[in-house]
Design a protein around this ligand. Structure first.
Ligand code: BG6
Length: 489
């Protein structure tokens, strides 16, 4: 007999994601909100209830949550093995199926859920949550969406892009549309470029099994970067309700042209090939940068540059909107130095928004210096900023959809990145040559191999890892030779 108001069935509950993200967030959330929730862990490991309870206690730090947890050992290919889950959840008011498993298990799990009638299509009390990767290209994403649509209504499906659940990402909507100061300049008339960086300091850790099949474009561009870009560039939604926000994001994504290999750069950090589990000759990109174009009235002609990488100098996720320069006025016949006007949306760390602009240097002379006005996001609350997974779970429990991309967005995102992935995956075997060439020329200060023949398109910033905005102010960017070399080809 069910005793909880909510059963959260976590497939893959003994895995890394559950331990590091889901269970800690759940521990904090149920304590804060007092939700009567039971965790049912399910997976291939031959665990016992006691062992699983120990795991939940350790990962969530929440003893009452751990005390009621249950474990079910599954053979994903055998629908019969799901019967104990069905028995446990019968009668529970709300049941959430959370697929925190490798993507090849999605299909058998969805079949088992649908066939055993553990969830009925259209019943909002039965919800399914999926972790990425949601496909590895457009056709596989379409297939997954089609399978989901046979068993669930779209409103029962929650596709996780944890970036959307970050407060600072949601704040992009508030920043753009809750005040009238910035929106009038938010277009090709006044914006010169947009740059989005998702830089990580850590390497792939022990995730070679996943990452060496995936790479930076599938891991970060296809989802986090494109969602962020859609929020930054979309038209104002009719309302802030999820349906309208999704609609506005879809329109923005539809206007983005597919990524082009001639204006993209990929690299691999030195030492990647020595990571346990990485194929000896792997050419998987751990760094990727590209130019994106948006072909619509608002953004036509505005260059947008996106970058992501692992093992970079420091962790930073930010959006930088550069406004067109003001005219430079001479003083006493001398040209003033130009101060770029930037809107910097810092997603993490040091969350906030900075408006960088020119100011008069204090003193007798009229001289301009760079200055800034800053919104320090953490100061808006006394509590620590919640982890994105707490927001994800809180939203699923509430049955809301504002932190989740819809099916069509996922497909549009694949349409944008697929041509680049295909081009890179089918490129010849010149990687070694390029690696050596770049090393010999000493063009890059970071220990990276550039695995393509260019570091930028014909205009715009150098896209090599050394020139990533994640560099600390003391680090010198690359010599720029790579950039001109790229142009000559
Ligand atoms: C995940 C990627 O989606 O996002 C990881 O799979 C990456 O490779 C992580 O490290 C980054 O998330 P965050 O919240 O730490 O920026």
């Amino acid at each position: 007999m069910a005793s909880a108001a909510v059963d959260l069935v976590i497939f893959g509950a003994s895995g890394d994601l559950a331990r590091r993200k889901i269970l800690p967030a759940l521990g904090a959330l149920v304590t804060r909100e007092g939700t009567k929730l039971r965790v049912i862990g399910a997976g291939r490991s031959h665990s016992t209830n006691e062992q699983f309870r120990e795991l939940v206690k350790e990962a969530s730090g929440n003893s009452p949550l751990a005390a009621t947890a249950e474990w079910v050992t599954l053979d994903y290919a055998d629908p019969e093995s799901f019967a104990p889950i069905n028995a446990l959840i019968t009668g529970t008011p709300v049941v959430i199926f959370y697929l925190a498993t490798p993507p090849e298990t999605f299909s058998p799990i969805l079949v088992a859920i649908a066939n055993s009638a553990m969830a009925t299509k259209g019943d909002p009390s039965r919800r399914v949550v999926l972790e990425k990767p949601l496909g590895h290209d457009l056709p596989s994403a379409q297939k997954l969406n089609a399978q989901l649509a046979t068993a669930f209504d779209e409103m029962q499906v929650y596709r996780i892009d944890h970036y959307l659940a970050k407060d600072t990402v949601q704040n992009v909507l508030a920043f753009r549309f809750s005040n009238s100061l910035f929106e009038p300049v938010w277009n090709r008339n006044l914006v010169e470029t947009i740059q989005i960086t998702v830089a990580e300091e850590e390497g792939i850790r022990h995730r070679a099994g996943y990452y060496d099949q995936t790479g930076a474009v599938r891991d970060i561009f296809q989802n986090h970067v494109l969602q962020l870009l859609a929020l930054v560039t979309m038209e104002p939604p009719t309302t802030f309700d999820p349906d309208y926000v999704r609609r506005a994001k879809r329109a923005a994504l539809r206007a983005m042209s597919p990524l082009d290999v001639t204006s993209a750069v990929r690299g691999q950090y030195e030492g990647y090939l020595d990571e346990p589990g990485v194929a000896p000759e792997s050419r998987r990109e751990t760094y990727a940068a590209a130019r994106v174009s948006i072909e619509n009235w608002r953004w036509d002609g505005v260059p947008i540059f996106v970058r992501t990488g692992k093992a970079l100098r420091r962790r930073v996720t930010e959006v930088v909107i550069k406004l067109r320069d003001a005219p430079l006025l001479r003083i006493g016949g001398r040209r003033q130095r130009g101060i770029p006007t930037l809107i910097v949306i810092r997603v993490q760390p040091d969350e906030g928004i900075t408006l960088r602009m020119g100011a008069k240097r204090p003193g007798p002379r009229f001289e301009l210096v760079p200055a800034g006005m800053r919104l320090d996001y953490a100061r808006l609350t006394k509590a620590p900023l919640p982890d994105a997974y707490e927001n994800v779970l809180s939203e699923v429990l509430a049955g809301g959809h504002s932190a989740f991309p819809g099916a069509e967005e996922i497909e549009l995102q694949w349409e944008i990145v697929d041509p680049l992935i295909k081009a890179w995956e089918s490129e010849g075997s010149s990687a070694e040559t390029n690696r050596e060439q770049h090393k010999k020329k000493g063009q890059h200060e970071l220990p990276f191999s550039i695995m393509c023949e260019r570091t930028t398109s014909s205009s715009g910033p150098c896209l090599c890892p050394s020139c990533c905005p994640c560099r600390s102010s003391r680090a010198r960017p690359c010599s720029g030779k790579a950039r001109s070399a790229g142009r000559q080809r």
